[in-house]
Design a binder for this molecule. Structure first.
Ligand code: SF4
Length: 253
């Protein structure tokens, strides 16, 4: 008699935990905002167009690496017209040190052509229009809307995704889930800066491998269970400098 096949129970989906209470979230932003009242991107740019290009180039690359590459590029091409005149090969010459440079050079030219053809060479101010540009997704569009046009958008990158989940601020399985929860939980007065505060916190303190919990200014509000102990074995005071360099990027708008 053949053994009856094991009945496999349907796997139960791990529930997404509840987010932090509203007043805790508010306190968290208050603390992050205290040290950096006017947070800015660490990418260098000279106008909304060069910001679009810089953010598009920053996928899978560091801001420092992108800034090195764009320094020379933006000196000779800071408008879509000049970029198109430089051509794909010319752009590629400048950005060879960045990952995926071939594809990115192609996109920079394509998005510049589209800006000229359909938007009179100006960067559009809506997300729907921005995401029509080659190489520009929702995340890039949100960064541009926030940084260039002062919109209270939150672009969820790898740092924000990690910090939102670890702290319990806005847990979610996908960047879109996290963005939606951040939209709900972030008090209006912190919406414009939230994107930068969370990125900088993730970049300098709540780092991927070994978060620096012992100097973290929001440790008491954070729900992360495996907080990293102080390597010196002493409980340090949270240092304000743990939030990273105070005036990082040289934005020139
Ligand atoms: S306590 Fe640790 S895990 Fe929590 S936010 Fe701070 S650095 Fe990140």
């Amino acid at each position: 008699m053949s053994a009856s096949p094991k009945t496999s129970r349907p796997k139960r989906k791990k529930p997404i935990p509840r987010g932090l209470p509203r007043d805790t979230a508010s306190k968290l932003f208050e603390i992050l905002a205290e040290d950096r009242p006017d947070p800015r991107t660490e990418l260098d740019f000279v106008n909304p167009y060069t910001l679009v290009v810089a953010v598009a180039l920053s996928a899978q690359a560091t801001d420092v690496g992108v800034n090195k590459a764009t320094k020379g590029l933006f000196q000779i091409a800071d408008t879509p017209e000049k970029m198109v005149a430089l051509g794909e090969e010319g752009v590629a010459e400048h950005i060879r040190t960045i990952g995926l440079w071939r594809n990115k050079a192609k996109n920079v030219i394509a998005l510049s052509e589209l800006l000229i053809d359909e938007f009179g060479g100006e960067v559009p101010r809506t997300r729907d229009e921005l995401i029509r540009l080659p190489g520009v997704g929702r995340k890039t569009a949100n960064v541009v809307l926030n940084e260039a046009f002062g919109e209270p958008t939150i672009a969820v990158d790898t740092h924000i995704f990690r910090v939102s989940n670890r702290t319990g601020l806005a847990p979610g399985k996908t960047p879109d889930d996290v963005e939606a929860r951040l939209e709900k939980i972030t008090p209006p007065e912190f919406k414009k800066g939230a994107h930068h505060w969370l990125i900088l916190h993730g970049r300098y303190t709540c780092v991927a491998r070994k978060p620096k919990c012992w100097i973290c200014p929001i440790a008491e509000l954070c729900r992360f269970k495996d907080k990293t102990p102080d390597p010196a074995g002493v409980k340090s005071e949270p240092a304000k400098s743990s939030l990273g360099p105070k005036h990082p990027g040289k934005t020139r708008t």
